[in-house]
Design a protein around this ligand. Sequence first.
Ligand SMILES: Cc1cc2nc3c(=O)[nH]c(=O)nc-3n(C[C@H](O)[C@H](O)[C@H](O)COP(=O)(O)OP(=O)(O)OC[C@H]3O[C@@H](n4cnc5c(N)ncnc54)[C@H](O)[C@@H]3O)c2cc1C
Length: 397
Amino acid sequence: MAGIRQVVVIGAGPAGAATAARLHRRGVRDVLVLDRARFPRDKPCGGGLTGRAADALAELGLRLTVPRVASALARVRFGAHEHAVGLDRPVAIVRRLDFDASLVEQVRQLGVEVRTGARVEALDVRCDAVALRLESGEELAARIVVGADGVGSLVRKRLCGTHRIAPHRLFVQEVAAQRADTAMLYDFTPMREGLRGYLWAFPLADGRTNVGLMHYPSVRQDGPGLRRLLQAGLARHGIEAPMRDARGWPAWGYQPRAPVAAPRLLTVGDAAGIDALTGEGIAVALEHGCIAGDAAARALADSDFRFADYRRLLRRAVVGRELSLDRWLAARLYQAGPGWQRWAGVALADPGILRLYAARVAGTEVLADRKLRLLRALAWRWAQWHGRRTGPDAAAP
Ligand SMILES: Cc1cc2nc3c(=O)[nH]c(=O)nc-3n(C[C@H](O)[C@H](O)[C@H](O)COP(=O)(O)OP(=O)(O)OC[C@H]3O[C@@H](n4cnc5c(N)ncnc54)[C@H](O)[C@@H]3O)c2cc1C
């Protein structure tokens, strides 16, 4: 086995690239990023980069250089009601094939070594280092290993053992669809037919449309069932989508108490958990990268590799507080019975609630800091709906 590296990052997606860039900023030069794929590689995704993602990229010194659509309008639909919500800062919709490759290129330009086509098969934490074995048979060792290896993370498996939670499921595909404008569509109507999530349609730079849905695992739905819901939901918007190209993908919702670190090991991005309400994770991955990069640089400086406070750091940072709030909201919205869902339809029509959420998407507000205002608005809508005992169609403004 060759000499011990300071940090090995497994995975060169947004979380891995962000961690490597942050480590470089913190003056750690001996960083090796390994990815089993060769870039450009695709990743099933809606490709929506929110204002928070833009802020995190800027903080990391990374730039958005790839073709994108800047969408400053979201249409939120539930049943017959659609609400147009303006965003102070547009969401940039990218293709992951381009975006991830551009991050890898930028990290390489910093001087970071990124090896692709290098799958890590096993890791073994020893007292002075972590030993890694690659599929090629090569062996490596590092003082710290960062698991930026996505939803099937080896590092996550090591931390969580056999304890498994049911994953969110997301389906996505691209369609050649005509569209009138560059608005993003979020449609919660399929909740009436058994979905626990929403359907989206996002414009792409070449005129195509990225369509998909997210399903929260409170109700069991199989792949064919979810594809049917997606197809029927899109048909309501005049979008024809033969489902043979729809790709399904699992994702773990963030759990504040789940292990995210151990001595010499850290997880970031999808390996640590995504947003349970929306299924989004690019901004999360970039923000995690900043925190993990700082934590690893500190550990090397102090020769203290326990990472005892990493879970608390993730939880208390803006990203952790926002994820915790969305976890709570997801449980209310997606675990509820039909009565609550009608209320949710009413809440989704509340202009104040939509404005608050839009400010969070734009990155101008931290929703977790406006919890009281959000809860008051939700409670008011609840009282209104409960008093009238009507459905969303009648109660919506
Ligand atoms: C259908 C769908 C739609 C989505 N839409 C959005 C959206 O619109 N906006 C948003 O913000 N988020 C969205 N997300 C979530 C987003 O895609 C993820 O949160 C994001 O990709 C997480 O980045 P990551 O770097 O943690 O993981 P990944 O992007 O998955 O990168 C992990 C990398 O690790 C590598 N790897 C894995 N195992 C190994 C190994 N053993 N050895 C070496 N390399 C390994 C992989 O090859 C991969 O390149 C969506 C997700 C899905 C599934």
